[in-house]
Design a binder for this molecule. Structure first.
Ligand SMILES: [Zn+2]
Length: 315
């Protein structure tokens, strides 16, 4: 009898360690590396072990793994970068799941100067079954790893803005998901973690806030990366994906036209999304149905699209 086996994060970590025994001297892990190392030590202590074979499991980053009070999930995108500045520059966390855009995201973190713990889970094949641009389960993994890195009652900064489903009762950015995660983690480890989101403001409002704080808007404009595409021509922002459109709209809402920063201006490259937004957002407002888009997001995106349309009709 055979059945499909979906490996859990823990199973995948074990698989990575086992493959590391053959090809590496040291494998880093965030999942209680000290205990894992004891297991490995005992496990490999056998007469068949080749002479000179060395292997150990290390913490992912010696300096930053002293449990911090704060850790910020950083992706190199606009929202998490604003969160990082807002919180006074806590340690960042970047988990590499082997996404095609990993290199640009890490490049953004380096160019902005966000010190971060890097966790490499790229060998696990998480990207083999993506749901459009979504890697199912990623936020559970991110929050768990972050929780392992903060002290008891420490805070995880998780940049979910208004309009991304915080109040939608579903998905891995919802309040229900976050509350259930905290409860489960507490039951499992005895540790309390605080998860701080950004759901009180929309992307555009956060951008405004960032400017009002006297921060340099060019950091967000030129250095952050939210685009899902990789084109190999050096363009970091395609102008054709929803993430590009959303960044563009948040700037447009603040009367800044950044269309020239994209390979194709988003109002052209994302025409289908724009048409969709201009149908679903006014309907949501009319029906007062904010289960998918928050009221503020509907208002903001409609206003931003109208501003952009006006701008282009004047040219
Ligand atoms: Zn894009």
């Amino acid at each position: 009898m055979s059945f499909a086996f979906e490996a859990s994060a823990v199973t995948r970590e074990v698989l990575r360690i086992i493959s590391g025994i053959h090809i590496k001297e040291i494998v880093t892990s965030s999942l209680h590396p000290h205990n894992l190392n004891s297991i490995v030590k005992i496990m490999l202590d056998c007469p068949e072990r080749p002479k000179g074979h060395k292997f150990s499991i290390d913490r992912i980053d010696r300096d930053s793994v002293n449990l911090s009070k704060d850790i910020c999930l950083t992706s190199g995108g606009a929202d998490s970068t604003i969160a990082w500045f807002k919180e006074g520059g806590p340690t960042g966390l970047y988990v590499d799941l082997g996404q095609p855009y990993t290199r640009k995201e890490r490049g953004a973190l380096v160019s902005i100067g966000i010190p971060h713990v890097y966790v490499d889970l790229s060998e696990y094949g998480f990207t083999s079954k993506m749901w459009k641009h979504i890697i199912p389960g990623r936020n559970l993994l991110f929050l768990t790893i972050a929780a392992e890195l903060v002290s008891d009652f420490g805070t995880i900064h998780f940049a979910v803005t208004s309009g991304e489903g915080y109040y939608s009762l579903k998905g891995d950015k919802s309040r229900e998901f976050i509350e259930n995660f905290k409860e489960w983690y507490k039951f499992t480890t005895g540790k309390t973690v605080i998860v701080k989101t950004m759901h009180r403001k929309t992307k555009g409002q956060w951008l405004k806030y960032f400017m009002q704080q006297g921060c340099d808007i060019d950091i967000i404009r030129y250095k952050t990366v939210t685009c899902f595409e990789v084109d190999g021509k050096g363009n970091t922002q395609c102008g054709r994906c929803q993430a590009c459109l959303r960044k563009f709209l948040s700037f447009m809402y603040n009367n800044i036209d950044i269309s020239q920063d994209y390979a194709v201006p988003p109002m052209i490259g994302c025409q289908d999304f724009v048409t969709k937004y201009m149908t679903v957002l006014p309907t949501a407002l009319e029906m007062k149905d904010f289960s998918h888009y928050s009221k503020e997001r509907c208002i903001e995106d409609i206003a931003a699209i109208k501003k952009a349309q006006q701008l282009y009709s004047n040219i």
